[in-house]
Design a binder for this molecule. Structure first.
Ligand SMILES: Nc1ncnc2c1ncn2[C@@H]1O[C@H](COP(=O)(O)OP(=O)(O)OP(=O)(O)O)[C@@H](O)[C@H]1O
Ligand SMILES: [Zn+2]
Length: 713
């Protein structure tokens, strides 16, 4: 894949300016610059006003690789996670604020700089941490048998759970008619909070929203992914020991139809065929056609794979058997295989029907490729599954749908003809899809007239159906908390920010000194961002702590950039400079001896980007246009990159040198900007100290009357 940005795409946001002039590593100044600032200002405004001009024109150009960094804060790339965690992802299906790594000292004034990226894979054996779980995380934990009991609030809109390991968390519950069934099937103890009438729920929701509690999970989630003791992947940990697990659920009638799945038109079209097989098998067998046995639904978590599978069963009017593959895998060898046998025995007796296996990668990984113990069990389980599928005669009427977001790790035996030989991709929805999903999830909610789904959809690139559902629910809760009768666009806007960056810790006590440090640090990021010719406009700068971050600078990448997932070399170089801007500002203002650990994450992000550029994107002359780093993800998607190196020591030296050069260059660019615009840095930091938040427009206006110089390189 070409890693360069489609020029159409990249030039859109800033107008038709083309920056292809040969590198001039110095600052220049001309009237052109003020024009560019004006354009950036306009871009900023249009982002803030949610209207993305020319979008339609470009929409068709690219999409799919959909990336979700909506806004992004301070710095950039997520930590590598234990690259060998055998069992990847049920990533949290939200756009996450991503802390990088705990800095050496937790007293670091900036704590964590955040990147808001798409969900990233995380070892599925773990539970989300933190005191508030997303509904989808909760469901997946329930299905894995990790939730012991739940206590609903009186009106059922929230619950508190106790996990098998004793952890407690709260969950906001959307209107899900299946929830009780799912809980019951999975042996979860259910109760309803009583007594504290009225007040109780309010206090409960208040807790959820209380800045210090909520969303800590977002951050710890990622800490967890950074290695830790790295348990045995999807295998049940010791916690599961002795716990009785449900094997599968059987739903005679799902009651879900394709109409309940908004967007996903292509997937529905492809699955319509499966519905038809189930309804009229004879039509096909009469012609000698082999009815497919298995179909793989591939896509990121929360995109509605389970919903689609249920809809297929609903449309065909057949029973729906479901299980999460991770449930098959037990500590005891042979248990998984026997569960598979049970499941299919039952299914065959009820044919025609749908068997849905969620997270098939938990058992379906390439055999012999796992680590540590437990392989036997997994292999036996997958062998049993293959045997079952091979055993179906052509028209047994059992069609197996399986979901995964890691088709790449699946054992090729699973994908052979006669098994999961069909794949249906369920992608993150595009704008139009998001509008439809928002409509579905605002049914039954009182919305103010000012709510415009189109605008919300534009502000939520990369959001999945589950994310949008969560957004609408959070907005509803905010509205209730504000004693409103209707959900207005403000609640949605605030809910969006909370989801992306975590709630603001408005009442956190921050010393004047720390405030000043953070203000300069963030101003540094913003300043470099604004002065880089090809970079996203600054949307907002804040020094109100959020989550573990001392402050945040939000950038607003254009929808096209987000949806195309393509980044030009200069964009990445600029991004590194922007990430370094925080430290550079500290250095310039407080002196080299007084810089803090607050930038450690920025550095990690920067080195990761640089390494990717050299190892994977072919951006290094010395390494050339090859990918040498082993399999790796897109750092902006929050994906992990393999730490496994398949190159020699000599090559490693070259890589290191190239990485260093890229970083050094970014650093000196940032430094040059900072020193030439120290006046604006002061102004912005001052403004931040006074107001705590400065929006993009106000920030850009500092340039218009000032004498800003655009850095051209
Ligand atoms: N296209 C959609 N239309 C309407 N609702 C959706 C859509 N996609 C997701 N949702 C909502 O998000 C919830 C979670 O989706 P679902 O569990 O089907 O996702 P998934 O892809 O199976 O995720 P996972 O891989 O985590 O199991 C659904 O219950 C549904 O309410
Ligand atoms: Zn920073």
């Amino acid at each position: 894949m070409s890693a360069t940005t489609n020029p159409l795409l990249s030039s859109h946001f800033y107008g038709d300016r083309v920056l292809l002039s040969p590198p001039t590593p110095k600052t220049t100044k001309s009237s052109l610059h003020s024009q560019i600032f004006r354009r950036k200002l306009r871009a900023t405004r249009s982002v803030l006003n949610n209207d993305v001009p020319n979008f339609e024109r470009l929409k068709s150009a690219q999409s799919k690789a959909s990336l979700a960094a909506l806004l992004f804060a301070s710095s950039i790339v997520p930590q590598a996670q234990a690259a060998d965690a055998p069992n990847l992802p049920t990533p949290p299906p939200v756009i996450q604020a991503q802390p990088t790594k705990p800095s050496p000292s937790d007293s670091s004034p900036f704590a964590q700089n955040l990147l808001l990226t798409a969900p990233k894979p995380s070892a599925s054996s773990d539970l989300p941490e933190g005191s508030q779980w997303r509904y989808s995380e909760f469901l997946s934990a329930v299905k894995k048998g990790k939730v012991e009991r739940v206590r609903f609030s009186k009106d059922g809109s929230a619950l508190q759970l106790t996990a098998v390991d004793g952890r407690r968390a709260s969950v906001i519950v959307p209107n899900d008619p299946d929830l009780i069934d799912i809980l019951a099937m999975n042996g979860v103890d259910i109760s309803v909070s009583e007594g504290d009438s009225g007040n109780g729920l309010f206090a409960f929701i208040g807790n959820l929203l209380f800045p210090f509690l909520a969303f800590a999970g977002l951050f710890f989630l990622f800490r967890r992914a950074q290695g830790g003791p790295g348990g045995p992947g999807g295998l049940g940990g010791p916690m599961d020991f002795g716990r009785s697990k449900s094997k599968f659920q059987e739903v005679p009638e799902t009651g879900v139809s394709f109409a309940d799945v908004a967007g996903a038109d292509q997937a529905k079209l492809e699955l319509q065929e499966v519905v038809d097989f189930l309804k009229n098998p004879d039509k096909y067998t009469a012609l000698g056609a082999k009815i497919p046995k298995g179909c793989l639904l591939v896509g990121p978590p929360g995109t509605g794979k389970t919903l689609l599978a249920r809809a297929v069963a609903g449309e065909a009017g057949v029973p729906f058997f479901s299980c999460a593959a991770s449930e098959f895998v037990e500590l005891f060898v042979g248990v998984g295989a026997s569960r598979v046998r049970d499941l299919f025995e039952k299914a065959k007796s009820k044919a025609p029907c749908i068997v849905f296996i969620d997270e098939i990668d938990a058992v379906g990984r390439q055999r012999g490729a796992g680590l540590g113990g437990g392989n036997d069990e997994r292999e036996q389980t997958i062998n049993q599954l293959l045997t079952e599928m091979d055993g179906f005669s052509g028209n047994s009427g059992v069609i197996v749908l399986a979901a995964t977001n890691r088709p790449d790790v699946l054992d090729s035996a699973l994908l052979r003809p006669g098994r999961f030989d069909r794949q249906v991709t369920v992608d993150r929805p595009d704008v139009a899809g998001r509008v439809k999903i928002l409509q579905v999830h605002s049914r039954g909610k009182a919305l103010a007239k000012d709510v415009d789904f189109e605008k919300i959809a534009r502000r939520t690139p990369g959001f999945t159906g589950a994310d949008l559902q969560n957004l609408m629910n959070e907005a509803a809760i905010l509205a209730a908390r504000r004693d409103l009768k209707e959900i207005s666009k403000d609640e949605i806007s605030d809910a969006l920010e909370r989801i992306i960056a975590g709630p603001e810790k408005k009442n956190a006590v921050v010393s004047e000194e720390k405030k000043k440090l953070v203000a300069y640090h963030e101003a540094g990021h913003a300043l470099v961002g604004a002065l880089m010719p090809e970079y996203d406009p600054v949307a907002k700068i804040s020094i109100i702590p959020r989550g573990q971050a001392g402050g945040l600078t939000f950038f607003a990448p254009s929808e096209e950039r987000l949806e195309s997932g393509l980044y030009s070399r200069s964009y990445l170089e600029n991004q590194m400079a922007v990430a370094l801007g925080g430290r550079v500002a500290e250095e310039v203002i407080f002196g080299t001896e007084n810089v803090t650990t607050g930038a450690s994450n920025d550095f990690m992000q920067v080195s990761r980007v640089a390494r990717q550029m050299v190892e994977r994107f072919g951006f290094s002359k010395k390494i050339g246009q090859v990918a040498i780093g082993g399999p790796g993800g897109n750092p902006f998607l929050g994906q992990q990159m393999s730490t496994q190196k398949d190159y020699s020591m000599a090559t490693a030296d070259v890589v290191d040198a190239e990485v260093r050069e890229l970083v050094d260059r970014a650093y000196s660019r940032a430094k040059q900007i900072m020193t030439t615009h120290v006046d604006i840095l002061h102004k912005l930091a001052q403004l931040l100290i006074e107001k705590e938040t400065v929006d993009g427009e106000e920030f850009m206006s500092l340039f218009i009357d000032g004498k800003a110089e655009l850095y051209v390189s």
